[in-house]
Ligand binder design. Structure first.
Ligand SMILES: C[S@@+](CC[C@H](N)C(=O)[O-])C[C@H]1O[C@@H](n2cnc3c(N)ncnc32)[C@H](O)[C@@H]1O
Length: 259
């Protein structure tokens, strides 16, 4: 007897409630046999459950003291169980489902390896909102993007001539479940940054608004050294603008015919 073949569609709900859900993501949520979701806004959860009554949240898998990688592994198992039973499953994550969402990628990889149909649909991420709200064009300065803990522990060398985006500054050094940023860990992040940037270089703490029609984004401009004492929202992203212009290599420019 052959195992039943199911399918998995991983979608994102964007950052702003409903307005940023693409028509193809909405259709996938509506048509699925089961929808398993992880979103930050109760109104988004409410919309998903109204769109498809066979929906349930994965949020209960988080627990204080439980390592995040364990929670993620359980999420992948939860997503794959109905797929293995031959059902068409939709996994809905906030933002883009492939941007800093390990379970989304892993579930697609494993579902395919087991012979099921699996795909991920693109969506609006926090980075897309950031580019629009802060007026940053990656073409102008270049763009480097790191997870904040990864940036610290691997001593990633930033290019001071390009915009730097650091994700998850609210949970630097936190491998489990956080309810607020740890100031001493933000101080360590700043210690790494000031190896490259002046202490008083302007940084931007950014949080996109989930309700852009009625509420502005959080845009907190401050000297880098003040970051540990700042009110950093748990879901904030840090932007460090360039500290200098890029240096042109005249020889290479000439070889491109650009001198
Ligand atoms: C687990 S990642 C999820 C990212 C999400 N999948 C996306 O596409 O934006 C969580 C991180 O995304 C960023 N993030 C999430 N929501 C945000 C918001 N409203 N404004 C700014 N950054 C946000 C923060 O860096 C946060 O720590």
């Amino acid at each position: 007897m052959t195992a039943a073949l199911g399918s998995l569609t991983v979608v994102g709900t964007g950052i702003a409630l409903r307005e940023q859900v693409t028509p193809e993501a909405a259709a996938a949520i509506e048509r699925a046999d089961d929808v398993l979701y992880l979103v930050t806004q109760p109104l988004t959860a409410h919309w998903i459950e109204r769109t498809n009554p066979r929906s349930r949240s994965l949020d209960g898998l988080y627990a204080p003291g439980k390592p995040r990688h364990e929670t993620y592994a359980e999420m992948v198992d939860e997503l794959l169980a109905p797929v293995r039973a031959g059902r068409d499953v939709c996994a809905a994550f906030y933002g883009h489902p492939g941007v800093f969402v390990h379970p989304g990628h892993e579930a697609v990889r494993r579902a395919r390896a087991e012979g099921h149909r699996a795909r991920m649909l693109p969506a609006v991420s926090a980075l897309d909102c950031l580019v629009a709200d802060l007026g940053i064009d990656p073409a102008v300065t270049g763009l480097q993007s790191y997870e904040a803990t990864d940036f610290v522990v691997h001593r990633r060398p930033p290019d001071p001539a390009a915009t730097l985006v650091l994700w998850q500054i609210g949970v630097v050094g936190e491998l489990g479940y956080a309810t607020e940023p740890r100031r001493e860990n933000l101080a360590l992040l700043v210690e790494c940054l000031v190896e490259t940037y002046p202490r008083d270089h302007e940084a931007i703490v950014y949080e996109a608004s989930p309700y852009p029609l009625v509420a502005d984004p959080v845009v907190l401009r401050l000297p880098l050294e003040d970051l540990p004492e700042a009110r950093v929202p748990l879901l904030a992203t840090l932007v460090v603008p360039p500290a200098r212009a890029p240096r042109r290599d005249p020889e290479l420019a000439a070889r491109l015919g650009l001198s």
